[in-house]
Design a protein around this ligand. Sequence first.
Ligand code: F7E
Length: 337
Amino acid sequence: MGNRRALITGITGQDGSYLSEYLLELGYEVHGLVRRVALEDHRHRLHRIEHLLDRLILHSGSVENYPSIFRLLASHPFDECYHLAAQSFVGEDFEEGFATMSINISSTQYILSSIRELQPQCRFYFAGSSEMFGRAAAAPQDEETRFRPRSSYGISKVAGFELTRNYREAYDMFACSGILFNHESPRRGFEFVTKKIASGVALIAHGAQDHLTLGNLDAQRDWGHAADYVQVMWLMLQQDAPDDYVVATGQLHTVREFCELAFAQIDRDYRDHVRVDPRFFRPTEDIPLCGNAQKARSQLGWQPQRTFPDLVREMVEHELYRRRSELNSSRQTGLGS
Ligand code: F7E
């Protein structure tokens, strides 16, 4: 596999960090585009890739800035480009619609256009999302299901998906989209419900908090593990022909089930600790988002390794460990002062 070279946008995020690990293991030279502020504030902004920093090549720049993308692609030849950077929180989206649309759409076009002009042989992956299905007319959703996005985030992802398809068809580029359903891990951001629950459970276990406030407990999601999902991104770019694929577990779980399992891990009943606040509610889905990943399974040979209970356990264990370490270090600091 040797010296293949990959560029990852969004390398500091959950998926970027798992994909970096995966590509490094395969022997790739891995480059990332990172904002200057992140490079200056290593500890906070690069925490997910801190353990990899001596093996990665980071470039200062922003996907919102065409010249920085163009310059990077003009100076380094890449075999593969994974475009993961995006404003990705759906909840905030109703308020922040303008920024979400303009950042997510223009960044994708900047990258596709630069690749076309400078390195048309470079294979391109676009991070699509189940949010593109929005108010889906049918379940489960697959590659043939019509998109009916109902958030600026979903609309921006449909635009990125269509841009990717168009560059593939009009310019014969090897450009693919993965339509990824929710994927979580201990590296998930705190604004997402799984991380919010796992970290709330740890705070409650340590007596730092008594309850956790959530939105709709009956909301359903098709939750997978991010480490399983990044493998499929790589697989898509290793095929003979570019194509788009749905990536999902095909199994639905409610926020309530996540809570039940997470609290059971500290021998508590979630009903004693979870409060519901309509502030966190989103418009309800008549037909839940649940993916059919048959095409990825049969054509790419992909198979998720981790189950839903594995995911909950890993996330809660991680948060319990993190809280314990924080408490120990604050005790030590207290002793020393
Ligand atoms: O919400 C419900 C909420 O914010 C999951 C992103 O990666 O996946 C993610 O988007 C569900 C929703 O993720 C709370 O209403 C209840 O039904 O964790 P989430 P998301 O919106 O599904 C898709 C595929 C993406 O592409 C996105 O980038 O949980 N929920 N109570 C809550 N959600 C949050 N955040 N907080 C609550 O308190």
